[in-house]
Design a protein around this ligand. Structure first.
Ligand code: ATP
Length: 235
């Protein structure tokens, strides 16, 4: 199932955050969106999810017209979302947070299997299943946010800056998880300021500047591009 985005624009009052963006995420592929602070990355994901007002010429996932689907129903169409800043339910235990990620599913053997898979992917969450989410470290909360999204068994996972504020070791851990999900056939749309991580996790990328696509290419091509190296990799 391919995600197709055509002619996507987001305006906040007089501020034009995203202008006429177009790209697709073919089934099983990982696509990255890199850009500086304020380039429009978060707005792009929120607009796909229907969390901000948007104009869009076409927004489809396979045969489904997502432009008419409310944010809360995206999971029913196989789309998972890991928001920027994690937004875990701090006052609830880790396991309850995970179970909330499965709200669109019945609680049965299949859901229990998914929970076991999430604990296998993130052993620390299993160890801390009874702790309040607010007591976890930033890195653990990021893992919880990803685990919660995985509880709906998405076909496509949208991730907004999962590396933000994490140590290099934890960024490596997140990369390993993303590569594993990719290996299992999940499609990924990864929005990041960390271009190095994005190039390693994805096969194709867009570079977004001032709300517009400035460059596209394979991650292998872009990571060797002199301008990208200078601006986004600091080399
Ligand atoms: P960051 O890395 O900081 O998340 P970003 O690339 O995700 O940046 P956006 O958060 O999408 O960028 O912001 C794009 C532009 O829209 C910025 O100029 C930002 O100030 C503006 N913007 C974002 N949200 C709002 C809002 N709710 N109201 C007004 N302007 C906004």
């Amino acid at each position: 199932m391919t995600l197709v985005v055509e002619g996507l624009s987001v305006h906040y009052g007089g501020v034009s955050a995203v202008r006429n963006l177009g790209f697709d995420v073919p089934g099983g592929e990982a696509v990255g969106v890199i850009g500086a602070n304020g380039a429009g990355k978060t707005s792009t994901l929120k607009a796909i999810m229907g969390l901000v007002p948007r104009q869009v010429a076409s927004l489809r996932f396979g045969d489904i017209d997502l432009s008419t689907v409310a944010a809360r129903n995206m999971v029913r169409h196989g789309i998972g979302y890991v928001p920027e800043g994690r937004h875990v339910f701090a006052g609830l235990p880790v396991e309850k947070n995970l179970l909330l990620g499965a709200y669109a599913r019945a609680w049965n053997a299949a859901t229990r299997t998914t929970l076991a898979e999430v604990y296998e992917l993130f052993p620390v969450l299993g160890e801390m299943r009874g702790r309040l989410a607010g007591a976890l470290s930033g890195g653990q909360q990021q893992m919880l946010a990803i685990g919660r999204a995985l509880m709906s068994r998405p076909k496509l996972l949208l991730l907004d800056e999962p590396s933000m504020g994490l140590s290099p070791k934890l960024v490596e851990d997140i990369l390993a998880v993303l590569l594993r999900l990719r290996g299992e056939g999940m499609s990924l749309l990864l929005v990041e300021q960390n271009a190095k991580l994005t190039f390693e996790a994805t096969s194709r990328c867009l570079v977004v500047e001032n709300g517009e696509v400035a460059m596209t290419g394979t991650s292998a091509q872009l990571r060797h591009d002199p301008r990208v190296r200078k601006i986004y990799l600091g080399l």
